[in-house]
Design a protein around this ligand. Sequence first.
Ligand SMILES: [Mg+2]
Length: 214
Amino acid sequence: MNNIIIDYDSTFIKVESLDELARLSKTSSAKVNNKIKEITNLGMEGKISFSESLQKRIILINSDKEDIEKTVSFLKKNISESFIRNMSFIRKNHNKIFIVSSGFHELIDPIVKEYGIISQNIYANNFLYKNNKIIGFDNENPLSMSKGKVNILKNLKLKGDTHVIGDGFTDFEIKKEGYAKYFYLFTENIKRDSIVKSADYSLKSLDEFIKIYK
Ligand SMILES: [Mg+2]
């Protein structure tokens, strides 16, 4: 039995969903977007923790359920081309495909469910609301902390060979920590040169994965 772990942002879809939520929200402004970038960078430099960075960005984004709906419509039109092309492969293999993302269920589930992915196989964060406004997230979810993806895989205790497809370091980290056999760097949308060396395979599209996997 094989397992296929797929990242969401910049892999299943062309963009980063939280960035799009920030951009499409009613409260969006250049000032807010710059501040968000600053916080993202502080996180990447390790000056603040992942959960602190997430908390700060969500407060700044200041979105509501209407902003989420608008973002979901946008994301539906921004699925990676090779995922659209290979919808039948995804549907056929849906029972072995897991979506593991540090993004949010609200911005992921409506898109991937159209490809036959079942709820139990989607791992992501959850927003917390008050009067339809997003006020934070469930900070007990492992995906809201650093090494979140590694800990999800650790808890899943999957049998057989695990293949991870993603564009980022946290996807590679799953293999690095011993919870996957192969890491495929997905470069259709973005190519992070710093990770190329760590990848077992570099994929320009999902078609390339399907060829290797078969
Ligand atoms: Mg990604």
